[in-house]
Ligand binder design. Sequence first.
Ligand SMILES: Cc1cc2nc3c(=O)[nH]c(=O)nc-3n(C[C@H](O)[C@H](O)[C@H](O)COP(=O)(O)OP(=O)(O)OC[C@H]3O[C@@H](n4cnc5c(N)ncnc54)[C@H](O)[C@@H]3O)c2cc1C
Length: 367
Amino acid sequence: MGLWAAVHAERRGIETLLVDAGQIGCGASGGLLGALMPHMPDRWSEKKQFQFDALVSLEAEIAAIEEVTGLSAGYRRSGRLIPLPKPHLRKIALGHFEDAEAVWRTGERRFHWHVLDRPPGEDWIDPAAGESGFVHDTLAARVAPRSLVATLKAFLLAARHVRVLENTAIAALDPVRGMASIGGATIAFGHCILAAGYRSFPFLEEMTSGLKKPLGQAVKGQAALLVADIDPALPTIFRDGLYVVAHEGGHVAIGSTSENSFADPFSTDEQLDALIAAARDMVPALRDAPVIERWAGLRPKAIDRDPMVGAHPENQNLIALTGGFKVSFGLAHRLAEAAICIASDASIEFLLPESFGISNHIAVSSR
Ligand SMILES: Cc1cc2nc3c(=O)[nH]c(=O)nc-3n(C[C@H](O)[C@H](O)[C@H](O)COP(=O)(O)OP(=O)(O)OC[C@H]3O[C@@H](n4cnc5c(N)ncnc54)[C@H](O)[C@@H]3O)c2cc1C
C-alpha cells in the first residue's frame, strides 16, 4: 500500500519520504500467493465496481512500472477455476454467468464467468473435483508478490521525488505538530500516509477519542511454495478458501489459513500441511512436487472488514491506508491513489466506497 502511494506521489511530483521499519516488502506483502480474485458478479454494488475497476486497471499500472524498471512483476490474467461439487452449486453458478455478462465489462473489454462440464486444458485440476462442473472466470489474475514489491522498489529507488529509508521504525506520530519520531530523531511532515499494515491500527487508536473496540486486528495466514513442471498460464484454483496459484518458473503457491488467534505469528504448522495435502489431492501434478518454502504473515483486517482509507477526522494531515485484508494486491494502487489525492487536496477521479472511509470504521468501533 505504501509503495503504491509513493509511486503516485512521484508521478505527481510530491516530495516524499518512504519509511519502513524493516526491508521494503518484509510485511504481509512479501508472501507467496498474489491471487487477484474478483468478488462474485451478483448483487452488484459500488464496492464491487471499485474492485472491478481496480482489477482491470492494475494490468496497465504494472505494465507501466515494468517498462520503467525493466523488471517483471509476474503478473498474468490467468483466470480462476472453481470446482462445483454439487448440482445446486451449478445452478447458482449458471445464474452468475448472466450477472457477469451484465457487469464485468468496460467500454472495450469484457470478462466472463463460464460454467463448464470439464476443466479447460489437461494436467491441472482433477476433473473428479467438480462432479457438477467448473466455473472458469476470465477476470481473475495473479501477480508474484515479491517480484511486484521488487519492481515497485526499483521504481522508487530511481524516483526523483521519493527518498527511501529502510530499517527505520516510526516510534511515535504527532500529527498536530507534524512530527514522526524515529528513535532519538524526528521527521517533520506536511502530511503522513500511514500504511503500516496491521501495525497501523495501534497508531490510529491512540489518536482517536471515544473508541470502544480496536480499529482493526492482525489475521495470520500461512502459505507454501512448490515447484512443479506446470504451465504458468494455468488458472488459479479456488475451493473453500484453498488457493492453488500457478506462477512463472514452475512455481505453484498454495494458501491460505485464516487465524484470528495464534501463539506465534510467523511459524507454520499442521494447518498448512492440511492445505498442501488438499491441493495435492485436487491437482495430480502437485502430488510429488517438492515444497520449497513455508511462510506465514499477518494481514491487516479493519473492524468493518473493508479497507481503511482517508484523513483521520481528528488529525486531517494523517491519512490512513491499510485494512486490505485478503484483497490488497488488487486494490492497493487505487486506494493509494485516493490517499495521495487526499494528501494533496486533489479530487479523486473515481468513486471511493463510503464503507472504506476511516470515519466509517471509527463509527463502528465507537458503538
Ligand atoms: C498467507 C497470506 C496470503 C495472502 N494472499 C493474498 C492474495 O492472494 N491476494 C491478496 O490480494 N492479498 C493476499 N494476502 C493479503 C495481503 O498480503 C495483505 O493484505 C497486504 O500485503 C497488506 O499490505 P500492506 O501494505 O497494508 O501491509 P504490509 O505489506 O504488511 O506492509 C506494512 C509495512 O509497514 C512497515 N511498518 C510497520 N510498522 C512500522 C513502523 N512503526 N514504522 C515504519 N514502518 C512500519 C512494515 O515493515 C511493512 O513493510 C495474503 C496474506 C497472507 C498472510
